[in-house]
Design a protein around this ligand. Structure first.
Ligand SMILES: Cc1cc2nc3c(=O)[nH]c(=O)nc-3n(C[C@H](O)[C@H](O)[C@H](O)COP(=O)(O)OP(=O)(O)OC[C@H]3O[C@@H](n4cnc5c(N)ncnc54)[C@H](O)[C@@H]3O)c2cc1C
Length: 473
């Protein structure tokens, strides 16, 4: 005869007792406002209150919490800054939300080797501010004020990925607490190693389902000697896309190339008070390196843009102007939201091989026109990655219309050899596309791996993998 498991609310209380007795009583909160703040991220999926929030300060705190959750089969979701957009941080019922945002130390700085080790709750902006005087910086820049642990967990990228790569290319090693509470270290400080399975890469993009990252060894980069930024506007969206494609195909080592279509540009001009621009599709460029290299990049880019009917380049010469321009780009989501403040903005995310980008964008524009919805487009076009910001009524019908459009966009991208997410990840929002993208056999391997790492299914259940044989969600 087997024992009937205790109801989940009782198991939660047992885990919380163990956590308090483990020395973390002052770090546990059940205050309604704290629970609410941890009930959702930036997604449209329904929120769910966690049973409690625990604020971790060190790796041992995370181990204490996981041991208690494992012993009582209590689900747990890691919470960095909560900026993820696919329902990643929404807790399961009677779950603990483990907040890592107080873990902000730089554990080790090795400027001479261009690497550092940080606690997982440090944000990329805070890291760059603190290491400014070393002449080094960390380049991966998702829009929100995200934590480096959250960025690892979503395999984040952003505007600088075209030059510096994503989190996958910029993380050397990790400290991870496994589902049982055991602590492991993966990778190290060296730039390459051919020993054993690459567990660092396994945890990058695992969305808190295989273990909780508490420390990250990061690659740093030297600040370019010269930086230069420019903007070029186009009467025709296709010409702008073709310009981005040719820049990449010609191997110009551009630092950033970002597209805002005419609808997004109109919104950004209003929201960010950009002066001197028209409501036209626009490419934002940044060039970095030694002065001679920057000059070469600029000349080659200008020639390509002009041959594709680009209007004259507008230069942002001073650091202040460059910051203003890139802040406007990073605020694009909020600019789109300001178009209809009471509406919902749903950010889609798909990616195709760069040569297919023109075909994808043309098809997506047809889908948008047929949907009757207002949808600014913006993208990290140098990577073949772009977002449609679907503006819709914040009602079930509005959400359904937006999801239908999102599905069409994703299926177009998949048919062109792309992926349903270039950078936002799966969470709950992209679950339905995974089998089409990866195939049943590959999903079976992923499920088996997850089951091995987390046999009780306590780590962020219901995210990243659709239910199926071996893993029931
Ligand atoms: C306006 C806006 C613009 C954005 N632009 C971009 C962009 O350009 N590129 C991009 O990649 N993303 C972008 N995002 C999405 C978001 O910023 C990223 O997904 C970011 O990496 C999430 O980090 P976070 O700290 O907020 O993580 P959270 O949202 O807190 O968590 C995300 C996931 O990671 C898990 N997690 C968090 N911390 C840990 C940890 N220490 N260990 C294990 N798992 C953990 C969580 O459980 C969850 O599954 C944007 C979001 C917004 C709102």
């Amino acid at each position: 005869m087997t024992d009937t498991p205790a109801p989940s609310a009782a198991r939660l209380q047992a885990a919380l007792t163990a956590i308090r007795e483990g020395g973390l009583a002052a770090q546990v909160s059940t205050s309604p406002s704290v629970l609410e703040a941890h009930s959702h991220g930036e997604a449209m999926e329904a929120a769910c209150l966690p049973g409690a929030v625990v604020f971790a300060r060190r790796t041992e705190d995370v181990a204490t919490v996981l041991r208690a959750c494992h012993a009582n089969a209590v689900p747990l979701v890691a919470f960095g800054a909560g900026t993820s957009v696919e329902g990643h941080v929404t807790p399961a019922e009677h779950a603990i939300s483990l907040d890592l945002a107080e873990m902000t130390a730089i554990v080790e700085m090795n400027a001479e080797d261009l690497d550092c080790r940080v606690q997982a709750g440090l944000t990329r902006q805070a890291l760059n501010a603190r290491i400014r005087d070393t002449g080094l910086f960390f380049p991966v820049d998702p829009g929100g004020e995200a934590t480096l642990g959250g960025m690892c967990a979503t395999r984040a990228s952003g505007t600088a990925a075209v030059r510096y790569g994503t989190m996958k290319e910029n993380v050397l090693g990790l400290t991870v607490v496994l589902a049982t509470g055991e602590v492991i270290r993966t990778g190290g400080r060296v730039r390459k190693s051919s020993t054993g399975y690459d567990l660092t890469s396994l945890f990058i993009g695992s969305e808190g389902t295989l273990g909780i990252i508490t420390e990250v060894q990061l690659r740093l980069h030297g600040r370019p000697e010269t930086l230069s930024a420019a903007v070029c506007q186009f009467a025709d969206l296709n010409d702008a896309v073709q310009t981005a494609i040719e820049i990449i195909q010609c191997g110009i080592p551009i630092s950033r190339v970002e597209l805002l279509d005419d609808v997004q540009m109109a919104a950004s001009i209003r929201y960010s008070k950009l002066e001197g621009y028209q409501d036209l599709t626009t490419l934002f460029f940044e060039f970095g390196g030694a002065p001679a290299s920057v000059q070469e990049q600029v000349a080659a880019t200008e020639a390509i843009a002009l041959s594709n009917n680009g209007l004259a380049f507008a230069w942002a010469d001073t650091a202040e102007e460059r910051t203003r321009l890139w802040k406007a780009r990073h605020d694009a989501f909020w600019a789109a939201k300001a178009i209809e403040p009471t509406a919902r903005v749903i950010s889609t995310d798909c990616i195709v091989p760069i040569s297919k980008l023109g075909e994808l964008v043309a098809g997506v524009r047809e889908d948008i026109a047929a949907s009757g919805l207002r949808v600014p487009l913006l993208g990290h076009v140098g990577d073949g990655n772009f977002h449609s910001l679907i503006i819709t009524d914040d009602t079930p019908e509005g959400h359904a219309r937006a999801l239908e459009l999102d599905r069409r966009i994703v299926h177009r991208a998949l048919a062109l050899g792309g992926s349903c997410s270039g950078e936002h990840g799966v969470g709950m929002g992209k679950l339905e596309f995974l089998e089409t993208e990866h195939g049943a056999g590959t999903l079976a391997v992923m499920r088996a791996l997850r089951r091995t790492m987390d046999p009780l299914n306590i780590l962020n259940p219901g995210k990243l993998l659709p239910p199926g044989p071996v893993y029931q969600g």
